[in-house]
Design a protein around this ligand. Structure first.
Ligand code: NDP
Length: 322
């Protein structure tokens, strides 16, 4: 953090979302120098170049974390492919152009592990990102994100003699306070929390879709925030960097359900609806590269992060995104 000084202004696009809120929490706890500006869509619609330019002129950032994106679950990805492509490409192009225009010292953009090729060997490493088509269900989102990586590299090549002014991170599934807890369209982990909340309140069953056997890597938004801030200040390459819990911290959906149930002190048996699809059994990503660069990084234990998230969810149930 000694790289930041009081004259630095760090613009976080998508700063009001799950990832952005994690960064806000870390910036406050670590008392980082510089002025952080957490922008949401009310501060400017980044799909529109004029609005994007106005935001940059107002904030005058020296660093940018570009997290804003049009996101959604499987159903939304399948139904609105043109929107996923155009909205994300427009947003990304506008933000990157403004970063260049304002001579931003470093821009870190956000990709996702779900944009890797569908046919790939596990664990996934950074260098196979473009080696084959993504899964059909989210191809528009995936190609928009992959082009964000390419555009970042092209800015470095054309304007900065190859210096990595523009780079990206690739997070796995994030969770934490300020997530979207919608059961239909949100992600699996916040969806499970909401389901168990309702089961407990209404005295109904807690039913998990599928067998509970698939394995996933879940990363607490606060940990992801510490990793992206580290990347902003220390990473010197343009190749996107996977930010994830280690392979050995992969958990089954059944374990996730159980951990959440314990935190809720839910005593009934957890049911599994095995008629429902499981999805891929696993899609492990390797965090070896990050681990080599930052060997002492300490992840928040899963149980503690779940406890913090559940307590926040219960306390804020009326106002959370659901
Ligand atoms: P959220 O849905 O929580 O937040 C999205 C953010 O983007 C919000 O701040 C939203 O602003 C902003 N935004 C959306 N559209 C626009 C727009 N047109 N103009 C300006 N701002 C806009 O998403 P996450 O925090 O989960 O995601 C952040 C990034 O992390 C994304 O790039 C996503 O692809 C990536 N990611 C997320 C993962 C996850 O599991 N959640 C996993 C891997 C990657 P507002 O709320 O004010 O409308």
């Amino acid at each position: 953090s000694e790289k930041l000084d009081d004259n630095d202004v760090i613009l976080v696009t998508g700063g009001t979302g799950l990832f952005g809120k994690g960064i806000e929490e870390v910036v406050q706890t670590l008392k980082l120098k510089g002025k952080f500006y957490f922008a949401g869509s009310k501060d400017g619609n980044l799909k529109n170049l004029d609005e994007c330019e106005k935001l940059f002129e107002k904030v005058k950032p020296t660093y940018v974390l570009h997290l804003a994106a049009f996101v959604g679950g499987l159903f939304r990805n399948m139904k609105y492919k043109v929107d996923f492509w155009l909205d994300n490409v427009n947003m990304n192009n506008n933000v990157l152009r403004c970063c260049h225009k304002h001579n931003v010292k470093k821009t870190v953009s956000c990709l996702s592990t779900c944009i890797f090729p569908d046919k790939v060997s596990y664990p996934i490493h950074e260098d196979v990102l473009h080696n084959g088509p993504p899964h059909f269900s989210n191809d528009a989102y995936a190609y928009a994100k992959r082009m964000l990586d390419m555009t970042s590299r092209w800015f470095n090549q054309q304007y900065y003699e190859g210096e990595a002014r523009f780079t990206s991170v690739i997070p796995t599934n994030l969770y934490g306070k300020y997530d979207n807890f919608n059961i239909q369209d949100g992600h699996v982990l916040p969806g499970l929390m909401h389901k168990i909340y309702l089961a407990q309140k209404n005295g109904t069953d807690y039913v998990v879709y599928g067998t509970g056997k698939p394995l996933r890597q879940f990363c607490y938004n606060v940990d992801a925030a510490r990793m992206i801030l580290w990347t902003l200040l220390n990473y010197t390459e343009e190749e996107p960097l996977i930010i994830s819990v280690p392979e050995e911290d992969e958990v089954s959906i059944a374990d996730v359900a159980k951990t959440i149930a314990e935190e809720f002190k839910f005593e009934k048996e957890i049911k599994f609806d095995t008629e429902k699809a499981d999805g891929q059994y696993k899609k492990t990503a390797s965090n070896d590269k990050f681990k080599k660069l930052y060997p002492d990084f300490k992840f928040t234990p899963f149980k503690d992060a779940i406890a913090e998230t559940v307590q926040w969810f219960q306390a804020n149930y009326e106002t959370v995104r659901k």
